[in-house]
Design a protein around this ligand. Structure first.
Ligand code: FES
Length: 140
């Protein structure tokens, strides 16, 4: 094993995402929550909404920041840092539902509402994301 973090858990506690916890709504490009970058960032057009299939995520670069953008099946958009805060897993390849994003590497789950991990990993950083005339705009 290559996990060297002293706070690494014995086993991820995520399991399959659970429905029922409402995700924070994306309204006019703003996302609220403790893990979300504030409104002082710079908006960057990173691609087209159609670049991200419903229910999936894709990696982009916003300015000089690598981000992962997700389009949920309800049409809402979410953006996170591209690398998992636990051990650098590719979050754009994670599984998601309306409540959480699950990292594909060790299956930790991160809440869309505030970026907090449901296990022992540090929180993920969230970024405001919006659609403007079909373009994906991420503020970092
Ligand atoms: S890298 Fe370990 S859960 Fe993401």
């Amino acid at each position: 094993m290559s996990v060297t973090h002293s706070d690494a858990p014995e086993a991820p506690t995520s399991g399959p995402p659970k429905a029922g916890t409402p995700a924070t709504e994306v309204a006019d490009g703003a996302v609220t929550g403790g893990g979300v970058t504030g409104g002082a960032g710079v908006p960057h057009e990173v691609g087209r909404v159609d670049d991200v299939p419903p229910g999936e995520g894709r990696a982009f670069v916003a300015g000089d920041v690598q981000v992962a953008v997700f389009r949920l099946r309800d049409g809402s958009l979410h953006a996170t840092q591209a690398a998992c805060p636990h051990s650098g897993g590719p979050l754009a390849d994670g599984q998601t539902d309306a409540s959480v994003l699950v990292c594909p590497l060790h299956l930790y789950a991160f809440r869309w509402s505030d970026g907090a991990c449901t296990g022992a990993a540090p929180p993920v950083r969230l970024f405001p994301v919006a659609e403007r005339d079909g373009a994906l705009v991420v503020t970092v």
